[in-house]
Design a protein around this ligand. Structure first.
Ligand SMILES: *Cc1c(COP(=O)(O)O)cnc(C)c1O
Length: 469
């Protein structure tokens, strides 16, 4: 499988190089040159497979030529063996023909574990074979950082530096990062906000002299391997609900458009998906596009669903590429204009094409809390605020009540107790067994000023299993 850039100018790469690449050299994102397409008979034959084996069938074409089948099978078995629930991604019925796909049974209780547990193991495999070490730098406002650290903690060839804004992530989220101890794990609390952290990551990619030749790798959601891993659970859920003989709909709590883009790919690979709902919070740039063809940048509104607090959705460019006949020059022009003006619209025909599959809704904090309270009252089931937005959007945007509607449950409610409290729910959820002593564990974290040079000096001093590069 070869991968090409959405902006058409960067060289095509194989899976291994895409895994290590991050952004393409022309500023675009890598996508497969062509998608594998499965027949209905083939998909039907996968019913009842364990999660890791289904993952092998779905992802094998993407890694072919880079990872041997036996190695890939072993890596997948290990990856999904760490999930707390035997079903890995269990379905819970909420209402009539309405289901929550619980993607929060992994080590850090959010769906990002599905991709980052795999990413860490794939990196380790590839780097061991190449005899290389890499440094990962990432910025987090919460979920990504802990999932990335959990995913990479056992990687001998990776030193991971995760920056979070000092005193601006929840205590559970901070402890999920800082209590994982290891020579190769480095938590940095920056005296600044999330954007400051992200800017320092970007600046470090642009000028890598401080790394003294060590390769820098990105683990944010533009990394193709993350999208790839998320395709699998769409197949997994659909097979349990009667696909491929029956089609179904998904509602996806959305920020950077990575998770829902994986659903779009599943459909293009042959899964009968008849509707995808983009569920956003007040940071609704995607809803403005889907409802009125206006992808216009706004200011950031902090919300009760912080993992979806974004101004622009980095993976949206991958959809634009398909909507424009995979013409990289057109996408490059659109993205350049968006960078200059903060606004983007597409031709009517392209927009109509997008709307054949996608619907959307933006849900504010008040409605999020009302949904949490309503569902808890009806069924006793406690939703986290991100998933609640997905439920609300599913109920308002559903096209065909006769088809199963699957809401992606992106986080465990224990991660976001503030929303449950605001929804008036007294019984605060308990941490699951593997995290029960989280508040007693030793933390390790360095506080640094909001200063690029200080951060880069820290990385070069500790980037080789805690020793200087
Ligand atoms: C990251 C995240 C999202 C948003 O996913 P995208 O792929 O960025 O659209 C939604 N919910 C939770 C809990 C998350 O951590």
């Amino acid at each position: 499988m070869r991968y090409i850039s959405t902006r058409g100018q960067a060289p095509a790469l194989n899976f291994e190089d895409v895994l290590l690449a991050g952004l393409a050299s022309d500023g675009g994102l890598y996508v497969p040159e062509s998608l594998p397409r499965f027949t209905l008979e083939e998909i039907a034959s996968w019913a009842g497979l364990p999660y890791h084996e289904l993952a092998f069938r779905v992802m094998r074409p993407f890694v072919a030529g880079c990872i041997a089948d036996a190695d890939f099978r072993r890596i997948l078995e290990e990856t999904y063996g760490v999930f707390a629930h035997k079903a890995v991604a269990p379905l819970t019925q909420l209402g009539a023909n309405e289901w929550v796909l619980e993607l929060f049974q992994g080590p850090t209780l959010a769906f990002k574990d599905f991709a980052l547990q795999l990413l860490g193991r794939l990196l380790d495999h590839v780097l061991t074979r190449r005899g290389e070490r890499v440094v990962i730098m990432g910025a987090t406002s919460g979920d990504t950082g802990s999932a990335a650290i959990e995913g990479c903690k056992a990687c001998d060839n990776v030193d991971i530096f995760i920056m979070h804004p000092h005193n601006r992530v929840s205590e559970v989220q901070r402890r999920q990062m800082t209590t994982i101890l290891g020579d190769n794990i480095h938590n940095i609390a920056i005296e600044g906000n999330f954007d400051d952290c992200q800017e320092m990551v970007k600046a470090s990619f642009a000028d890598q002299g401080f790394l003294k030749g060590t390769r820098l790798v990105a683990v944010n959601s533009i990394n193709w391997a993350r999208i790839m891993a998320q395709i699998v659970y769409y197949f997994h859920a659909a097979l349990q609900l009667g696909a491929p003989h029956r089609s179904l709909a998904f509602s996806v709590p959305t920020g950077n458009f990575g998770d829902i883009f994986a659903g779009y790919l599943a459909r293009n690979m042959g899964l009968p998906v008849n509707q995808l709902i983009v569920a956003t919070n007040r940071n609704d740039i995607l809803h403005r596009f889907m409802s009125g063809n206006r992808y216009d940048k706004d200011t950031l509104h902090p919300s009760l669903s912080p993992s979806m607090d974004i101004m622009v959705s980095s993976n949206f460019e991958r959809l634009l590429f398909d909507l424009h006949g995979r013409n990289g020059a057109v996408v490059a022009a659109l993205m350049d204009a968006f960078k200059a003006t903060g606004r983007l619209s597409v031709g009517d025909d392209r927009w109509t094409e997008a709307r054949r599959l996608f619907d959307s809704l933006a849900v504010d904090d008040e409605t999020t809390c009302a949904t949490i309270a309503g569902v808890h009252g009806e069924t006793g089931y406690l939703l986290d605020p991100h998933t609640a937005i997905g439920v609300r959007a599913a109920r308002e945007c559903r096209r065909n009540p006769a088809l199963p509607m699957v809401i992606l449950g992106t986080a465990h409610p224990v991660k976001f107790p503030e929303a449950a409290e605001k929804a008036g729910i007294a019984a605060v959820p308990q941490l699951p067994a593997h995290l029960a002593d989280l508040f007693q564990r030793e933390e390790r974290c360095s506080v640094l000023p909001n200063d690029l040079k200080a951060v880069q000096a820290f990385v070069s001093l500790h980037g080789n299993r805690g020793k200087p590069l």
